[in-house]
Design a protein around this ligand. Sequence first.
Ligand code: MLT
Length: 264
Amino acid sequence: MIALSRGIDIAYDDVGTGLPVVFLHGFPHNRSLWAPQLGGLLARARCVAPDLRGFGDSEISGPYTMDRYADDVIAMLDALQIERAVIAGLSMGGYIAFAIWRRHRQRVRALILADTRPGADSEEARAKRREHIALARAKGSGAVADALIAGMVGRTTREKHPDIADAVHRMLTMAPVDGVIGALEAMIARPDSTPTLATIDVPTLIIVGDEDVLTPPKEAQAMHEQIPGSRLEVLAGAGHVSNVERPAAFNHVASEFLGVLTYA
Ligand code: MLT
């Protein structure tokens, strides 16, 4: 389905009824990342999962910034006539969730922050992203996927569920080159969201895989300590895409969290 969002076409899935939850994928993913949640949570919530601009079936149209991705999400909510939603973001989706909170907090009912971090990039991380931009230009998204896949899933998934690792790798390979480059530039330029954490005053669930090497559990613990009243869940045997690697466990904690919100 396509919604007109600030002049560009955004593809999204919209299933279930009840409390609206917007699922924001990471880099360089697309909305299919959230298939296990849309299938597992539709009885509990209205689950909306967009492709961010430049990814999946959404329009490839820059420039790309965290604020722009955030404003796209709000324009999509406007088009769907959703006043307030739970914002669930994984990794780069979490960076966008912080931008949504800063710019449109009245639209946020609650937050789910999965495998993400508040900090801006270090100089070393920026240099690595510039290498990936050059790689994408020279050799395409497949080469970037090859460079990223080792960190994307955990050791347990690689050893015991190679099919899941292969499916994630396929998703990364499909990302449009312009979207990949745009997102890398957006992440290089993103601000430090650490000062934002103490301002969050909506219910917040933090989820992290215990084998996540990109946004490790210590990042999640630090966020938990700085977001008042937040809840932290560590999923055993999951890496960076914990929602795909341990879908039942992820859905269980998300469902419990959404249940409390529904009846609060
Ligand atoms: C993601 O999954 O969105 C990326 O790992 C985020 C990043 O590269 O910082």
